[in-house]
Design a binder for this molecule. Sequence first.
Ligand code: IVH
Length: 671
Amino acid sequence: MTTTRTADAASARAAELRALIDRHAHRYHVLDAPEISDAEYDRLFRELVDLEAAHPELMTPDSPTQRVGGAPLDSFTKVSHRSQMLSLDNAFSAAEVEAFFRRAERGAGVVDAYVCELKIDGLAISLSYRDGVLVRAATRGDGVEGEDVTANVRTVRTVPMRLKEGSGLPDSFEVRGEVYLPKARFAALNAQLEEAGKPTYANPRSAAAGGVRQLDPGVTAKRGLSTFMYQLEPSPPAHTQAEVLDLLEQAGFRVNPHRHVAGSLDEVLAFIEHWSTRRHGLDYDTDGIVIKVSSLALQAELGKVSRSPRWAIAYKFPPEEVETEVLDIAVQVGRTGAVTPVAHLRPVLVAGSTVRRCTLHNEDEVARKDVRIGDTVLLHKAGDVIPEIVRTILEKRPAGSAAWVMPSRCPACATELVREVGEVVRRCVNPLCPAQRRERLRHFASRGSMNIEGLGESIIDQLVDAGFVADAADLFSVTVDQLLTLEGFAQRSAEKLHEAIAARRTVPLTRLINALGIRHVGEHTATLLARHFGGMEALAAAGAEELTAVEGVGPVVAESVARWFATGEGRELIHRLDAAGVHAEGVRAATGGTWHGQSWVLTGSMETLTRPDAEERIRALGASPGTSVSKRTHTVVAGASPGSKLARAQELGVRVIDEQTFLDELTAAGG
Ligand code: IVH
């Protein structure tokens, strides 16, 4: 009886302390307006720590004591976002902002208000709340799936673990924004690292990313990360972006105060002008101004193209230009054999990060700019990201310097380099070239491809050097014992990497296609191909002609893909990956489906199905959803206001059915 009452009292006091601590932490970290002294705050905190230690059953995941960081993780789990996390199109001039205004107003009619926000140069983050409690935090990842970094984000003081009562937000929602590292923290962190003889971070953004992706939340807790949130998903009960920001602020999130609702282009341009110089005085990096149509109804009407909303644009501040010296010009062999000259530079800080190397693209480009070893050059970052030599400063050229000459043989395997007619690059055409193999493997494991956790470039190099791995399929038979023979591995790290590789045996088809490293096929084309063919078998079997029929795929790409699958090496790799148990997820083996091998084309809009759903169901039956009508098309499904595909189908005598018949046939086929 007595114990129960004590437990009740303890529980009540714990709840009270948590509420008090949350309130004061919010005043301190978010509002920058503390009401009690630090000592008083520490006393409350200490009392809660002691109470939870004495009554471990009272611990809750949203307790402020959890902000110090829980137990280290082995790796991050991948999680899906509630809806795609989009990125923004860029504008680099007032004229491009004006063009955005015209596009928006053409699409939405009169736009009465635009919200201008600072573009925070941090790491996009998505926080999920259920019934007012933070349940998950995820990185953006590829926009569709990110990494679960909840344990780390809990340590970020500006992230509320529990929302204020009556916040007016939905029971379940995601709030999105940016995690960043304040400039002052960044400087202190780098000073500390340098003193410890450890590598430093290139810019606050990478330091923030490193902090969020720490396996040990204790390390994240000490880094001093902060946040600004700007988006609510779903957005009710707000009607405008301006209201969303206010709502987020009221609920306890940190929202950037430098926002402005503008009614005209001039007002937006004035805001941009205002911050173009003042931004350097802020304690965080901002690389531009985000301009958003404020009305959420108009936003919905405008929709998105590809991965960017049509209702927003990011104006990017013009890049800075700095001088540095070319210490050397080396050549690098890429995964397709392309040999690229790379300038090694005297390290220099430009637009927030230190640049040491910079691509010179090809020999013609080197000749055009006449960049020589020993030259002083003007460097900037294209789009604020990619370092680029603008020009050589001739007045500073040392006497006796000579023009640079491209080597005639591959630096890795000494094979004579070939420059095809009409091409600007020279290539190493030896498929067994060790440098190409290495690059293909790096590409295979990379983030945009198979995304194998922990398999970085230096480990790949070690695996190749040790003779354990020659191609991508070999990665899946590397053993823990083999890893243990490599420098830097212990039992646990070897097991972890082994598991990480095994975990990526099944990946989305897009990733697998991209990972193959086919010339001209990047993430975008891989997505088109995956969507069209739905499976590796169908893609491998497609000829150049069928590939050209895929929307967005031109003859050069089609030819390259067809050639890759027709060559011995391509076929061999596919076969070996298959034997290693590597396959694409979510696509039923095409051979099993009732509609196996058929091509179905959709045109017009459907009432009951979205297009991706319809395509998914077509694929599930073994058919491929096509984008253009040919004689080989099995059926055209015509929804409301069908396009030219209907006319084409009639012309070619291809079967046409309506939505209802389509649904009936899907059901009949077991889809
Ligand atoms: S809005 C659909 N607002 O910039 C809307 N983004 O290149 C998506 N960012 O991925 C973003 N500050 O990580 C928005 N005030 C702001 C932002 C912002 C920084 C980042 C964000 C996004 C990237 C777009």
